[in-house]
Design a protein around this ligand. Sequence first.
Ligand SMILES: [Zn+2]
Length: 407
Amino acid sequence: MAAAFLMEIRRATQSALLVVRSSAPRQLLPEAYPLLFLRSAAADIPSAPVEVSVCTDSLEVRSGGSCDAAALPAGVSLAPSSCRGLRRLRGDGLHLRVRLRGPPPAADVVFTLRESLKPNKNYIFYCQSCGDIVVSDRKFLRVLPLPSENWSDLVEDWCCHPDPFAKRTLHPQHGDCFLGDTFLLLDSRNESHVPESPVCCSDAAHCVSQSDSNLKSKEDTRVICKRCKTMLGETVSSGTIKYYVTEVVIQSAEGGFSPTPRSQFVQSIVAQCLLELSSAKSTFRFTIKGDNGKTYILIWLLNSDTLLVESLGSSSSHSDFTLFGDILTPSSGPVGSWNALKVLYQPCIQCRNKELADAWEDDMGVHPLKFPSETCLELLLILGLSTTSLPPSLRCMNSFQVAFLKM
Ligand SMILES: [Zn+2]
């Protein structure tokens, strides 16, 4: 449709903010069914008046001789008579709030890695970027969650005697899969059954066999996809490989590999990490750190009950995703809908926001999440594209930038 719209539905309050934007450079003079009739004295002239109709299951925008209609996703039902707070913001378009007639359809249950990885089942790990097999047909006897990254700090705080675990790291044995916040640890010593696809380059394997972690340079420990050279993880010690959850797709051996566009995969996986940690630890602030130790982004999780409904037509957010080579298919006719996390963020690259980053660094209430540095930059780009796709008045909050991570 020529007039794009964005609807931010909150499940908790069963209410929605609707922003109707006109992509054509014309003034928006709205009428909204059934209560709202607004034909403002046009200060900036002249363009055809635009008439907006809010129906229970659709939106209609009429202008001149044309009419754009968009059906809302199944199960989303508006109460038109509840339209309130109509206002027109220059550069944004028309804002109004409307209540829902009932709860929107339940969010699809997202199976996190923790829930979907089961012992005694066979799994194949694929490179997310190119689909090459990274670990073929592996059966785990144990799938265990790891304590958080800074667990040894906590032990130090709790113990009145020296930390008994000092300098001891947790190593998976054969048949183990350990799950961290953003990674999996696998035992890699028994890889002889996958000769066609060794998991790390021979240099790294050679270095590890010296089992002197101090001598290993960072570059040597990187585990790289053989085919596309994407960094998948690191060798953390002799015989132990860490795979980042943003870089590998884990499928049961019976299922096949179905590629997901990179930007969708990254934002969905990062959203899952934020969601899981926020519900498990009541942590809402996160630092996104690269494998080089640098902080790339500060993220503040604002809410996780958003259902985002967008017209797909000319919305800039979608054409932008061609940057990643993504092809988005609308889930229901001319509109797309996503369960999304609303986040505030600050980029920290090129020394931006250094003071705040330092303050968060020292704050025990902030949880660090580590990913490959390239992925941190991808995530920053995804957040930036999400921000610029929003109406200007919604892009900023308390000096933070606003973005949605679609699940
Ligand atoms: Zn690859």
